[in-house]
Design a protein around this ligand. Structure first.
Ligand code: AMP
Length: 216
């Protein structure tokens, strides 16, 4: 069982992915988190993807495919939630091929949707904890103590790609490369749109309905 979660940067995918794994029996795979870890480690993969990430463009598909197939082979029997993968049609086609080879089935491709103006505001105010991955928003979901993680007291940081120039670039990449996944997954009857406006709980309720098989 495989669920795909996609949507523009800043729509709240990471937050919803965390709620899904807390409440359902999925193993989460966040491509952005995996790549950030590789960059932090200074690994060969990290060195290759660092520039693309800083610029807000997609990392090369061949690197992404290798990471995904290793992950699928290791976690094959578990229900898997992909956050931030696939991000273009080529990646979606490759995922089809790999899942077919491993006799795995994609159940839902959930797209979180939001007006573009809102995501810029969300992203410039986003902070995250480099230790436990908790995500905050200085306006809508601030930490209890300024600058510190509620869960582990680590100092919160801003992602280097959460500045307005890079955000606009990432939104353009989303429109050009990722948005075509909507029609692709519609054609496979896997497409589930979810309105990402409202509170985290409201959005999670909508996602839960999809996962339980009730369309919006
Ligand atoms: P995210 O944390 O999902 O916003 O991803 C941060 C950055 O990681 C993106 O702007 C890309 O540079 C890279 N990235 C994440 N997922 C992918 C993917 N599936 N394909 C290529 N690059 C990716």
């Amino acid at each position: 069982m495989i669920v795909l979660l996609f949507g523009p940067p800043g729509v709240g995918k990471g937050t919803q992915a965390d709620l899904i794994i807390k409440n359902f029996n999925y193993v989460k795979f966040s491509m952005g988190d995996v790549l950030r870890e590789e960059v932090a480690l200074g690994s060969p993969v990290g060195k290759e993807v660092e520039k693309s990430m800083k610029q807000g463009v997609l990392a090369p598909d061949n690197i992404i495919f290798d990471i995904v197939s290793d992950f699928l082979l290791e976690n094959k029997p578990a229900p898997i939630l992909f956050d931030g993968f696939p991000r273009n049609i080529n990646q979606a086609l490759n995922l089809e091929k790999t899942t077919a080879q491993l006799s795995l089935v994609i159940d839902h491709a959930i797209e979180m949707t939001i007006p573009e103006e809102s995501v810029i505001q969300r992203l410039v105010n986003r902070r995250y904890c480099p230790n436990c991955g908790a995500i905050y928003n200085l306006v809508t979901n601030p930490p209890r103590k300024e600058g510190l993680c509620d869960q582990c007291s680590e100092r919160l940081i801003q992602r280097p790609d959460d500045n307005e120039t890079t955000i606009r670039k990432r939104l353009q990449i989303y429109r050009d490369e990722t948005k075509p996944l909507t029609d692709y997954y519609k054609s496979l009857n896997l497409y589930r749109p979810v309105d990402a406006r409202g509170t985290q709980e409201e959005v999670f309720q909508r996602i839960t309905q999809c996962l339980n098989g009730n369309r919006q």
